[in-house]
Design a binder for this molecule. Structure first.
Ligand code: FAD
Length: 339
């Protein structure tokens, strides 16, 4: 069988050899895959492994960074008694999918998905277009972090957002909690399960209901209104102190072992949004919970970009497996004419 690419080069070769010289434009058709995956985090990688194990022709595009590229250790994912670094987890998953035949284009974000009349889709990056029967969107989200020059050095080393993931690391330690609303207060109170040495800071108290701030007061948790001015950390990324520029004009330096933040999320939903996938008020995709299929036929959304995700690795891998199984059922029915 001749692939669309080799057919393209074959035509160009024949025309070059022709005695009559004229310019012919040969349309280069998009390469055809069974499944295209957007994102090589835990969700996208699981989708690639499951799809490749079904012998589906699979291609993965990734942007190069996301929630799974910070410094965290995954210590609550089964099978790693000492935990596993998020980046190592990604590398292992990519190797596993590649060994099974999945193709990868890292640092090549997808820009657009266009539905075709037959239910398949064209997926476009700056470098290429491919078509596929099913598209799995696993583009993830980012957390808004406290803002200072080197904040990226700290996320996952001594700065966290997820109590379920990282509360255990701050057992008995001093924690500076950063919030902007009732959710931040809730996070601070929940951290009492791990430590009593808590301090709360927010840039603007007027955005937090008084009754929420009163809860912190009742628990004798010190509260400050202000913004981050300076952070010291030794070794790099391991916080020792945070200096706040307080709203009242003063400065306050707080010695701390960790920072927990709850400042909101930014979903990577550009492509999904342009395609017309239904998004909730946070910008997360609404999907059928049993198949992960969105309102756009044959487009599935998995991982943290899903509206009811648990924002955990196991939830990302679970949703990806469901999506591939659902996509495969359609593929199988079409290929073997099963009703
Ligand atoms: C500090 C920290 C600690 C954590 N600790 C834990 C823990 O202990 N346990 C746990 O279970 N979970 C933990 N998590 C959460 C976990 O990392 C996420 O739940 C998980 O990464 C979600 O996987 P995902 O594949 O949905 O998204 P991501 O891991 O964010 O991957 C999405 C990928 O999509 C790519 N992408 C985005 N847009 C495009 C595009 N247009 N085209 C192509 N690719 C694109 C990105 O580059 C990215 O690589 C932690 C997260 C953080 C930040």
């Amino acid at each position: 069988m001749i692939s669309s690419n080799s057919y393209h080069y074959f035509l160009v070769y024949c025309l070059r050899g022709a005695t009559v010289s004229y310019t012919v434009l040969v349309p280069k058709s998009a390469k055809k895959y069974d499944i295209v995956v957007l994102g090589a985090g835990p969700a996208g990688l699981t989708a690639a492994v499951y799809a490749a194990r079904y012998n589906l022709k699979t291609i993965v595009f990734d942007m190069g960074f996301g929630r799974s590229t910070w410094f965290q250790n995954y210590s609550n994912y089964l099978g790693f008694p000492k935990g596993v670094k998020a980046m190592d987890f990604r590398d292992l998953g990519k190797q596993q999918a590649e060994n099974l035949g999945a193709k990868f284009h890292m640092e090549e974000p997808v820009e657009k998905i266009t539905p075709k009349n037959d239910g398949s889709h064209t997926v476009k990056t700056k470098q290429r277009s491919v078509t596929a029967d099913a598209v799995i969107i696993a583009t993830g989200i980012e957390d808004v972090m406290p803002n200072w020059d080197e904040n990226y050095e700290y996320e996952g080393k001594s700065m966290y957002w997820c109590i379920l993931c990282d509360g255990h690391y701050v057992n008995g330690k001093r924690v500076l909690c950063v919030g902007k609303d009732a959710d931040g207060v809730d996070m601070t109170l929940k951290l009492r399960q791990f430590t009593s040495k808590l301090t709360f800071v927010a840039e603007d108290f007027s955005k937090i209901p008084m009754r929420e701030l009163a809860k912190l007061h009742e628990e004798k948790i010190p509260i400050y209104e202000g913004r981050f001015k300076k952070v010291t950390g030794q070794p790099k990324g391991h916080v020792k102190s945070v200096t706040l520029a307080l709203t009242n004009g003063q400065e306050k330096t707080i010695a701390t072992d960790a920072i927990f933040h709850r400042l909101g999320i930014q979903p990577y939903n550009d492509v999904a949004g342009k395609l017309g996938i239904f998004l909730d008020e946070r910008g997360l995709a609404k999907v059928d919970p049993s198949t992960m299929e969105s309102n756009i036929t044959n487009v599935y959304v998995v991982g943290d970009m899903r509206h009811d995700s648990l924002h955990q690795v196991h939830a990302a891998t679970y949703s990806a497996s469901r999506a591939v199984i659902a996509a495969y059922q359609k593929y199988y029915a079409k290929k073997f004419h099963v009703r």
